[in-house]
Design a protein around this ligand. Structure first.
Ligand SMILES: [Zn+2]
Length: 277
């Protein structure tokens, strides 16, 4: 699944590739991708003649800003955008095509068909599902340790499960949670309300650093994720804990363990990440 750094990379790539392009018409080949409005003809009708003013991100959602609409798009498991010339053959599993006036096309391809698109009036999207229930944005400048700690304060569940919950902090998926907890020296099963101020500080720093670094290298996930320009991501080379079970910890040499926390495969070093009393 693309995680926040991958979606950030898609956002930046789309800004380079489609900003300023005017939509001539839209083809929808799979109605279930379009969640709002209900009617795909209405969806296509509303988008015709709109120009892409820019692409922003909220959590793992893309916000494609148009003249007087906002298209909220989630890639879910396998969704991908690509820009093609209209003469290029349309690949299998291409479900939505934005045909631009300049003869190029933005194509949305999704083998698993879990991706979604919602169309809103500008501003409306932030106050309605799916964006309205999202928590803090970890790459925003105002994501302070105080806000982070306040959002998580008093939770009696395991820290890993809390970090995965998008209602508190958005966009830290399974890989980045494991990496952040390792970096902060916190056991994934430590109960959130037992974290000390120092641990919150270390975790905040680890989350921001882990996400920022992976945005910088272009973002990737373990699967062969390809960004909007067809480039493979690089982040898997930098993973210190995720997917490294039974390999020595890079800090202490202890074999990395794997368990299941919050229903997700979880990697940790039993020495560097012991539960603090
Ligand atoms: Zn270790």
């Amino acid at each position: 699944m693309p995680e926040l750094p991958e979606v950030e990379t898609v956002k930046r790539t789309l800004n380079q590739l489609v900003k300023g392009k005017e939509i001539d018409h839209v083809t929808v080949n799979l109605a279930r991708i379009i969640q709002r409005p209900d009617d795909i003809d209405q969806f296509a009708f509303m988008l015709a003649g709109q120009t892409i003013q820019g692409v922003e991100r909220r959590g793992k959602f893309l916000r494609i800003l148009l003249d007087d609409l906002v298209l909220v798009s989630h890639l879910r498991m396998e969704g991908r955008y690509g820009v093609y010339d209209s003469s290029e053959p349309v690949e299998k599993h291409t479900h939505v095509i934005f045909h631009f006036k300049d003869g190029t096309e933005l194509r949305y391809k999704d083998v698993r068909q879990f991706g979604t698109m919602h169309l809103f009036q500008p501003g409306e999207e932030l106050n309605m599902p799916p964006l309205s229930k999202l928590g803090l944005e970890p790459l925003d400048a105002d994501f302070t340790v105080e806000k982070f700690q306040a959002a998580l304060a008093g939770k009696t569940t395991k820290i890993k499960a809390v970090l995965l919950n998008q209602a508190y902090v958005v966009g830290i998926g399974n890989i980045y949670v494991d990496e952040s907890l390792f970096r902060a020296g916190i056991h994934p099963e430590q109960l959130t309300n037992t974290l000390t101020d120092e641990q919150f500080q270390a975790l905040h720093q680890a989350v921001v650093a882990t996400l920022s670094e992976s945005v910088e290298v272009g973002g990737s996930s373990i699967k062969s994720y390809v960004n909007g320009q067809g480039e493979m991501g690089m982040f898997q080379h930098q993973l210190k804990i995720y997917g490294r079970q039974n390999q020595p910890c890079q800090s202490c040499g202890t074999l990395i363990e794997k368990s299941v926390v919050g229903g997700r495969g979880t990697h940790f070093c039993p020495v560097c990440q012991s539960i603090k009393p």
